[in-house]
Design a protein around this ligand. Structure first.
Ligand code: FES
Ligand SMILES: [Fe+2]
Length: 393
């Protein structure tokens, strides 16, 4: 299978210095085999982002999510922690939960009503021993609970490692967590609260997930795709950072508070007033930090040519939940929905361009495209690495 995808050739072409390198070829964006290979070599062995913990705010809340086709389930347990399980019933393999929702007693399979508690233990097996008999000789419920997935959380984002053998989550996230701590000071993260209102939106984008990442790393489209933003926070006030192997991004030193009618929002005092930071944590999480609000966007790759993007915003301290900040929350959501919505057109245009026989990877602009090249290298190295090295390639 992988012979057709010519992974070693692709990796060699991407690996060259930026001015000579080729971008990932069209098949990386259009082929179902390539998409399956990305699950096996990129998403499963690393820490991939599954969603926001705020999507399951109360004990008993459930949210089914697909990670490149793999059915998973986010659960808020009775003790308030978020756990992730494979979303499949141990009996005959029905997908267990089909819609987001909330349960009281347990999670019941729609097929034959086997039931699991919020910790994944199998607690009900109706009629397993014959009509009206709910136990069976030799059947040990303790051995047939839901299969847990290794997970970790940072800034309300839930990450999973499907293979179970990636480095510890805390080690993996540390460089980015420290970068943000450098702005916000220790403990800033504990002050962030999901927006009380106007806190989310989503886009259903007809494009490969990598094009969304590349666009997020590309500052040079700013004057052309976001003219209003560029007037307020011009390209020349942007800087990029590429020093970590697992994230890259851009920042602005001309960030300006979103205009709104209410009093000033509570702030992380240490965060520089005009700094906005926008890292992309590979493979699929965008994070954004400002003194008075944060947001993150999770990419859910659905198919080679389809990605769902889920955005959520966060504010500082419970004081920001006050009704007096309604217009601020709304203005911030509107601003980002507008800016990120402007990107959808070019990202989908990039996908359509990958059907052209006249293009097969393109070239990088040597001064402004190194962040995109950085990401292509990250992808190519993981695809080409031997199995034992994939988690750290
Ligand atoms: S498949 Fe779930 S109870 Fe039978
Ligand atoms: Fe953009």
């Amino acid at each position: 299978m992988t012979a057709n995808l010519a992974i070693p050739e692709l990796a060699a072409a991407v690996e060259r210095p930026v001015a000579e390198a080729a971008g990932l070829p069209n098949r990386a964006y259009t082929s179902s085999e390539f998409f399956r290979l990305e699950l096996e070599r990129i998403y499963a062995p690393s820490w991939a982002c599954l969603g926001h913990a705020a999507d399951v705010p109360r004990p008993g809340d459930l949210r089914p999510v697909h990670l490149l086709g793999v059915p998973l389930l986010m659960v808020r347990t009775a003790s308030g922690t978020v756990r992730v399980f494979h979303n499949v019933c141990s009996h005959r393999g029905n997908e267990l939960v089909w819609e987001p929702g909330r349960v009281k007693g347990g999670i019941r399979c729609p097929y034959h009503a086997w039931t699991y508690d919020l910790e994944g233990r199998l607690i009900g097996t109706p009629n397993i021993g014959g009509f009206g008999v709910h136990e069976a000789d030799g059947f040990d419920r303790a051995r047939h609970g839901l299969r847990a997935v290794r997970s970790g959380m940072w800034l309300d984002l839930v990450f999973v490692n499907l293979t179970g053998d990636a480095e510890p989550f805390e080690t993996w996230i540390r460089p980015l967590a420290e970068r943000f701590e450098g702005f916000g000071g220790p403990g800033y993260e504990g002050r962030l609260q999901p927006a009380a209102t106007h806190g989310e939106f989503r886009f259903d984008v007809k494009a490969n997930w990598k094009l969304a990442v590349e666009n997020n790393l590309d500052a040079s489209h700013l004057p052309w795709v976001h003219p209003a933003l560029n007037r307020q926070s011009p390209l020349e006030d942007h800087y990029c950072f590429l020093d970590s192997p697992r994230f890259a991004g851009q920042g602005s030193t001309a960030y300006d508070t979103v205009p709104h009618e209410s009093p000033a929002l509570p702030r992380i005092e240490a965060w520089p007033a005009r700094t906005g930071e926008y890292p992309c944590l590979y493979p699929n999480a965008f994070v954004s930090g400002h003194g008075d609000h944060f947001w993150s966007m999770v990419l859910e790759p659905v198919a080679p040519d389809r990605t769902i993007e889920r955005w959520r915003s966060y504010f500082v301290d419970e004081a920001a939940e006050d009704a007096g900040f309604e217009s601020a929350r709304s203005a911030i959501r509107e601003r980002w929905a507008s800016i990120l919505g402007e990107d959808v057109g070019v990202v989908e245009g990039m996908q359509r361009g990958r059907r052209s026989p006249a293009f097969d990877g393109g070239v990088f602009a040597p001064v402004l495209d190194p962040p995109v090249h950085h990401f292509h290298r990250w992808v190519a190295r993981r695809l080409a690495a031997p199995e034992t090295d994939r988690a750290t390639a």
